[in-house]
Write a protein that binds this ligand. Structure first.
Ligand code: 5AD
Length: 352
């Protein structure tokens, strides 16, 4: 039907008009999902083979100065038990991760002003000094150009900053006016300009998301040309203003993952923790829809239950970095192989 032709067109030309995206998002059915899924896997295999890259996720702080309406660690959530990790804590996580074979560490946290630029640069350069063959990824929110530059010079390689939505009025339905849509987009272009490998992304079926805002997400992502795109279902957190909203679905997430793979063939595409939280088979199905990255949790066990962006967030089983052996075995049953490498974005098609 019409949608199969649109998916073919996306594959051929690597773009669709806004109207075409909207029509696809309004009307996709199970047959369209299956078609996109198998095409996406074929493309992923051309660029990455059956290799899956792992990132060790270290959740350094759940203090946050922002008040995003969907997020469990928003400033106004007085029920959140706050914590932050010291440099020593973080280096211990890296030591453990390194011995398990992780070669990317993602330092993620709320926007916590405790971490001055000096503290951050010291942490980054210490990690790179101890482990010169790892990539350091930061995911600590909006900073100035100069700050991003300092972290880059201290050794940070990559930066994750989801744009959250490319539609300005949708952005302000998810975020208070103290945040700026324009600044967020500017941050992403600044990161690219400095030389980071950049990841962006959005939540699937977040409140007030529509086929139109999603079309704008895809057009924005195409224009930004990020190295990585993280998407996962929006999931309710009970102590936020969105406590009574609906969570997103694995089904839509898997379709959008496949379309992202088709639009940007060599993109790094994680099967996210939120996808695994909403559906126990979510992450495997993510890999069967074109994903090639997973980010198991390397945070100290005692803080894991505190970094709650949404309800029921997975932090044990295959989501826990120390269960790598079981993850490797599980993925192997589906024909995938886990690589102990930095897992940089592919610049050339895969040759075995
Ligand atoms: N459900 C799903 N994802 C969420 N995030 C924050 N809160 C939620 C939620 N309730 C995502 C945001 C953020 C990333 C770190 O986690 O997209 O960029």
């Amino acid at each position: 039907g019409k949608n199969i032709l649109l998916i073919d067109k996306l594959n051929k030309t690597k773009e669709l008009s806004k109207e075409e995206f909207i029509s696809l998002f309004e009307t996709f059915n199970d047959e369209d999902i299956e078609y996109a899924r198998s095409l996406a896997c074929k493309i992923r295999d051309e660029w990455y083979g059956k290799n899956i890259f792992l990132r060790g996720l270290i959740e350094i702080s759940n203090f946050c100065k922002n008040d995003c309406l969907y997020c469990g660690i928003r400033r106004s959530n007085s029920n959140a038990e706050r914590y932050r990790l010291s440099k020593e804590n973080i280096l211990e996580c890296c030591a453990k991760g390194y011995s398990l074979g992780y070669r990317t560490f993602v330092l993620q946290g709320g926007e916590d002003l405790y971490y001055t630029d000096d503290i951050l640069c010291d942490i980054i350069s210490s990690i790179k000094e101890h482990y010169p063959d790892v990539a350091v990824t930061l995911s600590i929110g909006e900073k100035t150009y100069q700050q991003y530059k300092k972290y880059f010079e201290a050794g940070a390689d990559r930066y994750l900053l989801r744009h959250e939505t490319a539609n300005e009025s949708h952005y302000y339905k998810l975020h208070p006016n103290s945040m700026s849509f324009k600044n967020r987009i500017e941050c992403l272009y600044n990161l690219k300009k400095i030389g980071y490998q950049v990841g962006t992304g959005f939540m699937v079926e977040s409140p007030f998301q529509t086929p139109k805002t999603l079309a704008e997400d895809f057009i924005f992502i195409k224009e930004l040309q990020p190295d990585m795109v993280g998407i996962g279902p929006y999931i309710v957190h009970h102590s936020t203003p969105f406590a009574n909203e609906q969570s997103g679905t694995a089904r839509t997430t898997l379709f959008l993952l496949a379309l992202l793979r088709i639009m940007i063939p060599n993109v790094l595409l994680p099967a996210t923790t939120s996808l695994g939280t909403i559906d126990p088979n979510g992450q495997i199905n993510g890999f069967l829809s074109g994903a090639n990255v997973m980010m198991p949790n390397l945070s100290p066990a005692k803080v894991r239950k505190k970094y709650l962006l949404y309800d029921n967030k997975l932090c044990s089983g295959n989501e826990a970095a120390e269960f790598k052996a079981s993850l490797v075995k599980n993925l192997k049953e589906y024909g995938f192989r886990v690589l102990d490498s930095r897992g940089d974005v592919a610049k050339y098609p895969f040759v075995d």
